[in-house]
Design a protein around this ligand. Structure first.
Ligand code: SAM
Length: 359
């Protein structure tokens, strides 16, 4: 039976700062991770295929209003070259992420998905924003396995303020899209940012309870990192010391990772890049120690990475893929964790499909 935490209990944990008491949270999350996800850590190779974006998300560095960026769209051959590197390193999944833009057409994405499936057999995760249901369906039929769409914060009102809705969208909100993705068979992922200006501890607790209600297969949570070329930069600094304002520090992100594992033990949880950015020394490994079982190393070619700055500091260290891989393997060996084999679907998803074993 999954552990039921009340909203007040979650809020209390989020506000708890006593190191000794927090040991209980870390232990519980780690033991549930071991029980339901095992010791394997699954690698998802992420390629940021384009930074074109027509949305005006007030938190995101690649939003349409940022005129300081050079915009790019990788060619299909460039993408496939990186996909083959990811395959060669033994990864089971490639993640294609981009801004939301009509340049990413249905047929262009279809061709990439088909080539990845035919040439490598890798699992394909898409993170391409709020797309039309016909596109989402066609991509799944072509072989796309998973879709990531974070709802970013629990309150729809708050989300609409920081992510102005599109005119004439077919969707009411992101919850409706997540429901649809699950219905048509995607392994479905979401998550939130922590420390958005105006976000309260109660709102974060609501999000964790929503993860449970939505029965998500993947849940990624990371700190909000303000970007100077976005409207939330100023608001973030103005709100920083307000009472009940959630902080965007690594400890809060780790607590949310642990609480997510406790509330949704059968899901896949990444130790996020944003957590590793805010705490370069310990962030990634602490995430794995306290509930996470997935990491998403970046494979975007260096010439494009500088233009995919959704937040500052994201691409500070650019290593060659092999070097990055060796470093990750060493980190896992030190922690007694194993590199995952195969697709690495979540137990939640496998049980929904009527399969109980990991594939
Ligand atoms: N366009 C797609 C979408 O909106 O889902 C995918 C790309 S979007 C850049 C991917 C994720 O980046 C978002 O879901 C958000 O959580 C994260 N992100 C954007 N700006 C951020 C910031 N300033 N700090 C931390 N994470 C951020």
């Amino acid at each position: 039976m999954d552990k039921i935490l009340t909203k007040q209990e979650i809020v209390n944990w989020l506000k708890e700062n006593n190191e000794h008491i927090l040991q209980n949270l870390w232990k519980e999350a780690d033991s549930l991770r071991r029980k339901y996800a095992g010791d394997e850590v699954f690698f998802r190779g992420i390629i940021e295929i384009s930074n074109y974006c027509q949305r005006r998300c007030r938190y995101c560095g690649i939003n349409a209003t940022n005129k300081t960026l050079k915009r790019y769209l990788m060619s299909i051959d460039e993408i496939m070259q990186v996909v083959h590197t990811i395959k060669r390193l033994g990864y089971g999944t490639v993640v294609l992420q981009s801004g939301e833009h009509p340049r990413i057409t249905r047929d262009w994405a279809l061709e990439i998905i088909k080539r990845i499936k035919n040439e490598t057999g890798l699992a394909v995760t898409l993170s391409l924003g709020e797309r039309h249901p016909d596109e989402l369906e066609a991509w799944h039929q072509a072989g796309a396995d998973r879709y990531l769409l974070k709802f970013e914060t629990a309150s729809i009102l708050h989300f609409n303020k920081i992510h102005p809705p599109k005119n004439k969208s077919v969707w009411k909100n992101r919850f409706e899209i997540l429901k649809f993705l699950k219905e048509i068979g995607y392994e479905t992922g979401s998550g939130i940012m922590l420390g958005l200006p105006g976000q309260t501890y109660e709102e974060v607790a609501d999000a964790i309870l929503l993860f449970k209600e939505l029965e998500l297969d993947m849940i990624g949570n990371g700190p909000f990192i303000p970007h100077p070329e976005t409207p939330l930069w100023e608001e973030f600094h103005r709100m920083a010391n307000q009472p009940n304002q959630v902080t965007n520090d690594a400890l809060t992100a780790c607590k949310v990772t642990a609480l997510t594992r406790i509330v949704c033990p059968k899901t896949n949880i990444p130790s996020t890049t944003a957590l590793a950015t805010i705490d370069p020394k310990e962030g990634r490994i602490n995430g794995l120690r306290w509930g996470a079982n997935v990491i998403m190393p970046n494979f975007t070619p260096a010439c494009y990475r500088q233009w995919y700055q959704i937040y500052p500091g994201k691409s500070k260290v650019i290593q060659a893929p092999e070097e990055q891989h060796q470093q990750i393997l060493k980190m896992l060996a030190r922690e007694g964790r194993l590199p995952g084999q195969g697709k690495g679907s979540s137990l939640n998803f496998l049980q929904r499909q009527g399969l109980t074993q990991f594939s």
